[in-house]
Ligand binder design. Structure first.
Ligand SMILES: Nc1ncnc2c1ncn2[C@@H]1O[C@H](COP(=O)(O)OP(=O)(O)OP(=O)(O)O)[C@@H](O)[C@H]1O
Length: 308
């Protein structure tokens, strides 16, 4: 980390998603506000009821306006198109449930003091992944994401974990969602190409395309990812049964799965994935319906981070 005598920033637009962390952001906001004032960090508060409302405001911000998100990964993901290559730098205050992207940057969930201390560091650029859905519910649409997407089992888990008890921590809810999804396990033929070359073709239950290392609040699906290396990482399963899937999940928790024979993982710059029939998709942890084929391209250094 480099300390810098950076020129003063113009006032932050603080984007508060009071729903994030199942109310954690709302509960912590008074203390965070007091801390911003104590540190004489100038800001304008923008509390929004939805990502759409946040986007409408983001469009009106002058280039160069620093943005501080108070929430989880979904709060950042919602406004990403207005941060990427826009000159609007981002500071993340991780007050969501999973905070996977913030965790990857080394920010501790709930610890806004440390997140504010890090504003003294030199800004650093991070890569963003650009998704183009070819066939599926979002056919023809492009999406940007910071952390990663998953197709198949992990997207089903993502849907199931929303039904887990709200008071549980993110990792426990992910594990619960995973166990309830295991009984619906089914394999579908998939074809994955990386940088124009065949990479994996065969039955699979999940394929993830990652910029960050983890999702689900701690499942380290792609431990070799680095959001600053100009690369994405693909992780696809081969044909596995339920018992192997449980074992694989434990290996993912320990980040020891990448060298296993039925796990196919590689870095790249561009990936295209085509399933034989539609399969569940999540993008940065948000349910994105069903997909049959999509492409993902890395956009190196596309967003400036102020406290990474
Ligand atoms: N700016 C916003 N204002 C209000 N609601 C938002 C905003 N951005 C996103 N949302 C909605 O709030 C939900 C929760 O936000 P977020 O994902 O940040 O928190 P979380 O789910 O608790 O944390 P994490 O994604 O890190 O697990 C999102 O799924 C989205 O539907």
């Amino acid at each position: 980390m480099t300390l810098t005598s950076r020129p003063p920033l113009s006032p932050f637009t603080v984007l508060l998603n009071a729903h994030a962390g199942r109310g954690l952001a709302r509960r912590k906001w008074p203390a965070l506000q007091a801390e911003l004032e104590r540190r004489a960090i100038p800001f304008t508060l923008l509390e929004t009821a939805s990502a759409d409302e946040a986007c409408r405001h983001m469009q009106t911000l002058a280039p160069g306006t620093p943005v501080m998100t108070v929430g989880g990964d979904g709060t950042v993901a919602g406004i990403l198109p207005f941060l990427v290559e826009s000159g609007r730098p981002l500071a993340v205050i991780p007050l969501g449930s999973g905070n996977d992207f913030a965790g990857m940057l080394g920010l501790k969930p709930g610890d806004f003091g440390e997140a504010l201390d890090r504003l003294a560091y030199a800004p650093r650029a991070a890569d963003v992944l650009d998704i183009h859905v070819l066939e599926g519910d979002l056919a023809g649409q492009r999406r940007l994401m910071l952390n990663g997407l998953g197709m198949g089992f992990d997207a089903q888990v993502n849907q199931a974990m929303k039904r887990a008890p709200a008071r549980w921590p993110g990792l426990a809810r992910y594990a619960w969602g995973a166990l309830t999804s295991i009984r619906h396990l089914h394999l579908l033929p998939v074809t994955v190409q990386v940088d124009g070359q065949p990479f994996y073709s065969g039955p699979s239950c999940l394929c993830a395309v990652m910029n960050g290392t983890r999702y689900g609040g701690g499942f380290r699906i792609s431990p070799r990812s680095d959001a600053r290396d100009g690369l994405l990482n693909v992780v696809a399963s081969g044909p596995i049964d339920r018992a192997e899937l449980v074992k694989l999940m434990l290996q993912v928790l320990a980040a020891s799965h990448l060298d296993k024979p039925k796990v196919h993982a590689t870095p790249g710059r561009h990936v295209s994935v085509r399933w034989d029939s539609p399969i569940a998709l999540h993008i940065d942890g948000e349910d994105a319906g069903m997909v049959r084929s999509l492409q993902v391209t890395v956009r190196p250094n596309a967003v400036q981070l102020l406290n990474a």
